[in-house]
Ligand binder design. Structure first.
Ligand code: NAD
Length: 460
């Protein structure tokens, strides 16, 4: 059966949801255990798929994909009972002696749309939240990572009935509008680019469907004069060149204080060679570009600055070496686009104000990284900069701590997830007040004449 035929079956998920089957704690727990067992069972196939799509090593695939999914499931399994427990709320004066509770209600049938760069975890981590919160879900993996999309399809169809969790594959620009026009989802959780995020938002607006949008942007790494050069270069190189730079929270560009720019750049190049060797094409730890379209886009950035290191490419194998540029041409595409690949422009600054002005040209980055040993500078930067999340003296690893909410702000997204934040994203906080019958004072009912002074005493 093709995906179009499958779309007309979406109402089956609604029926399953409305049967109430997904609500009990035991059901949710069992589904999380099934997912965990399947991710473990298909560990090797997952590695093969991620290697096929993006040339990820097993180590990288575990640390940045399947391991994070397992950690997310384990956290949900440990905390689920507590998350599901209705929260007691103190009554206000007017409503005494009522009691109050906030119930975490499932949303219903949700759509999860994933991109290609971390194609497993960006599909399954939101799913963990959706299951934990008691929803049915449709998963739309990225067609640009077909091997991973296929293993997701295989796992999900093996462990879940399609009336509960369903995978829809295919060209997103066709199947997603079709689905969203034919069926009203209760929530759409989208991860991907800003332009497609806007399309999803518009489609959702037609039916007032709430959305979470996990988008991208130009995330800066600021290196102040007092930064530790050795540690900062290691952490920037790891964050920038993991997955060949195709990471939404990768440092997009570096802004380094002019006094240390030379020493920093020298160390950066040395660190790239230490990590990936003189020829990164031979490194098992270095990935490939997803497709020729992205490869050509990245190659076009090479003219936007002076080559410091790298620039070696092989279109046939989609190899694009770790590349560092300096003396960036003002207003060039490399400084307006989200680079999303292994090209690192290095810009310099002399004052914090000057650096802040450059950061403000690309408002609301998804991530922000600051390297400094100075607490005052740290506070100044954190106070003055709007960003989704980030690190001081590190890059990208905040993503892995599922106790943090992960999400953007403004241009970089709407909403957040991971751990309890995912549970909240996929739940509705239903407020319920319960009032006993034994007290029902006449003051609450008409006629109200003469009661104003009492109202003023109780309502304030
Ligand atoms: P994309 O927008 O091209 O694709 C994402 C998903 O949208 C895919 O499943 C695709 O099928 C679907 N899609 C594509 N075109 C569509 C259309 N016209 N209508 C409806 N759906 C459509 O994004 P991408 O290129 O896969 O991912 C790269 C972008 O994602 C970067 O900007 C990156 O920063 C961002 N990203 C963000 C995060 C995050 O967590 N915030 C994570 C990874 C990637």
């Amino acid at each position: 059966m093709n995906d179009f035929a499958a779309m007309s079956e979406l109402h089956v998920l609604r029926n399953f949801y409305e049967s109430g089957a997904t609500r009990p704690y035991e059901f949710r727990k069992q589904q999380l255990l099934l997912l965990k067992a399947a991710v473990l069972k298909y560990e090797q196939e997952i590695y093969v798929a991620l290697h096929t799509d993006l040339k990820k090593s097993a180590e990288e695939a575990y640390a940045t994909e399947s391991g994070l999914v397992l950690a997310e499931i384990n956290l949900a399994l440990r905390q689920l009972r507590r998350w599901m427990k209705p929260r007691r709320i103190l009554p206000d004066l007017v409503n005494l002696p009522s009691s109050g509770r906030i119930h975490a209600d499932p949303l219903g049938v949700v759509l999860i749309i994933a991109p290609w760069n971390y194609p497993l975890q960006l599909c399954l981590i939101p799913l963990v939240g959706a299951i934990a919160a008691g929803n049915c879900a449709v998963l739309k993996p990225s067609e640009l990572a077909p091997a991973t999309s296929a293993i997701i399809q295989k796992i999900i169809s093996e462990i879940y009935p399609p009336a509960y969790i369903k995978v829809v594959e295919g060209d997103g620009s066709v199947v997603i509008p079709e689905m969203m026009q034919q069926f009203r989802f209760d929530h759409v959780f989208y991860t991907g680019s800003i332009p497609v995020g806007k399309i999803i938002y518009q489609l959702a607006a037609k039916t007032l469907t709430p959305v979470t949008l996990e988008l991208g942007g130009k995330s800066p790494a600021i290196v102040e004069k007092d930064a530790d050069i050795t540690v900062s270069t290691r952490r920037i190189v790891l964050g920038k060149f993991a997955n060949a730079g195709q990471t939404c929270v990768a440092p997009d560009y570096v802004l380094v204080h002019e006094d240390i720019a030379e020493a920093f750049t020298r160390k950066l190049v040395q660190t790239i060679q230490d990590f990936f060797g003189k020829d990164a094409q031979k490194s098992a730890d270095y990935g490939k570009i997803i497709n020729a379209r992205r490869f050509d886009q990245l190659a076009s950035y090479l003219k936007d600055g002076e080559l410091v290191y790298g620039g070696k490419t092989d279109r046939t194998s989609l190899y694009f070496s770790p590349t560092v540029l300096k003396n960036i041409t003002a207003g060039s595409a490399i400084m307006t686009d989200e680079i999303f690949g292994p090209v690192l422009p290095i810009l310099t600054f002399s004052t914090t104000e000057e650096a802040a002005a450059i950061v403000r040209q690309h408002p609301d980055p998804l991530a922000f990284y600051l390297f400094t040993s100075d607490k005052v500078k740290e506070k100044t930067w954190l106070d003055q900069t709007r960003f989704g999340g980030g690190c001081v003296n590190n890059t990208v690893w905040h993503f892995a701590n599922h106790r943090f909410p992960f999400g953007g702000i403004g241009n970089s997204g709407i909403g957040a997830y991971h751990g309890k934040h995912s549970f909240n994203t996929f739940s509705h906080e239903k407020a319920v007040m319960k009032t006993p019958l034994w007290l029902d004072p006449a003051i609450k009912y008409p006629p109200f004449k003469g009661k104003l002074k009492w109202f003023k005493r109780f309502i304030r």
